[in-house]
Design a protein around this ligand. Structure first.
Ligand SMILES: NC(=O)c1ccc[n+]([C@@H]2O[C@H](COP(=O)([O-])OP(=O)(O)OC[C@H]3O[C@@H](n4cnc5c(N)ncnc54)[C@H](O)[C@@H]3O)[C@@H](O)[C@H]2O)c1
Length: 337
């Protein structure tokens, strides 16, 4: 049993609390939040779990092996580093930190003190994304040509981060898991329709170039009247659409594409033929991703294993987010990573 404390009991913290309570490998010992009303409300359903109103007191406890940090993004590095230095293993909510500098500091500290640092890139623990990884790794799609992702809805406005830092970590972490390398450069546009002074962008477009024919595009938006969660992977052999809102057929693989003639004269005339084949929808595991995520955290602590979503993967995502932020400020100026 790994003894856990959750720090931050706002919107997301209760989901972690519920999943750590249900996990057979973890015991929820304490919940910490500096808002006492919030703490009392959330802990009402969990008798025997200690309520702690500040991080310093929590980190002095000897009955806590690991903490999960679900506080606002700006506090992740400070709390995470203090917890690591206090000898705790640390799970941090996405995004790992609000800057590359702070994310790097978290990664270095974890290495120095020999504790597990994991980031909650929740989708990596979901059935559909695991299935897509299998399909990509089996080379069924062939060479990847493009990624096209849309994550838009009438979103919950955040006060401390813009739509890119709030929503894009999901899709960027999926891309990082599937492709396993950073893009060469990116360009991003974003705009704000509410808080002009703080410039919390609510609509943004990111374009990533891997420099080898693979392009990736991400649209994130809090103003859309409809909710769309599409992630398309286009390959030389087949293509795939992941629609997270389609409960019956979340993934569809299309045996469709183009064939460019090998004949020199035909190539000169750009003769292309179209291939229209089958469409199939693989069965995917429907269990709750957060349950898989918390079990994996406990397993990594118990067995000294490197997490699938370790600090380095959190840092790679933060590198893209920070570059996108710089590009938005430069009206879409291309940033080399
Ligand atoms: N994985 C996901 O799908 C997912 C979904 C939503 C949010 N999140 C992440 O979870 C984190 C929290 O987001 P939220 O929407 O729950 O925020 P929130 O503002 O609703 O909750 C944050 C809580 O932390 C508490 N807090 C703030 N500073 C603290 C401190 N220094 N010590 C103790 N408690 C403190 C606040 O009182 C509040 O109750 C963010 O990093 C967010 O990106 C992840």
């Amino acid at each position: 049993m790994i003894r856990i404390a959750v720090i931050g009991a706002g919107y997301w913290g209760p989901n972690l609390i519920r999943n750590f309570t249900r996990c057979p490998h973890t015991q929820l010992v304490a919940v910490c939040d500096n808002n006492p009303d919030r703490l009392a409300k959330v802990l009402a359903g969990y008798p025997g779990v200690a309520a702690v109103d500040n991080v310093e007191t929590l980190l002095e406890r000897n009955d806590v092996d690991a903490v999960a940090v679900a506080t606002p993004v700006g506090t992740h590095a400070k709390i995470g580093i203090a917890a690591l230095r206090a000898g705790k293993h640390v799970l941090v909510e996405k995004p790992l930190a609000p800057s590359v500098r702070e994310a790097g500091e978290l990664v270095r500290t974890a290495r120095e003190v020999g504790r597990i640092l994991m980031v909650d890139h929740t989708f990596i623990y979901s059935g559909p994304v695991r299935k897509i990884k299998e399909i990509v790794d089996s080379d069924e799609l062939g060479d990847l040509y493009y990624v096209d992702s849309v994550r838009i809805n009438l979103g919950l406005f955040q006060h401390d981060v813009n739509v890119v830092w709030d929503l894009a970590p999901h899709d960027l972490s999926i891309m990082d898991y599937l492709i396993g390398r950073l893009p060469k450069s990116l360009s991003a546009f974003g705009t704000c329709h509410t808080d002009r002074e703080g410039m919390i962008e609510d609509v943004a477009y990111l374009n990533l170039d891997f420099g080898d024919g693979l392009l990736a595009s991400f649209h994130v938006n809090w103003l859309s009247p409809v909710k769309i969660r599409h992630f398309i992977l286009g390959g030389s052999r087949k293509s795939l659409i992941y629609n997270d809102l389609d409960n019956a057929e979340k993934i569809k693989v299309y045996d469709r594409g183009i064939t460019v003639s090998q004949d020199a004269e035909a190539r000169r005339k750009m003769l292309i033929s179209y291939r229209i084949g089958d469409v199939w929808s693989p069965q995917v595991d429907q269990s709750e991703p957060l349950q898989g995520m918390v079990s994996h955290f406990a397993e990594c602590i118990r067995d000294g294993k490197q997490p699938l979503t370790d600090g380095e993967s959190g840092l790679r995502v933060v590198r893209i987010l920070e570059a996108a932020q710089r590009s938005i400020k430069a009206q879409g100026g291309r940033i080399t990573l």
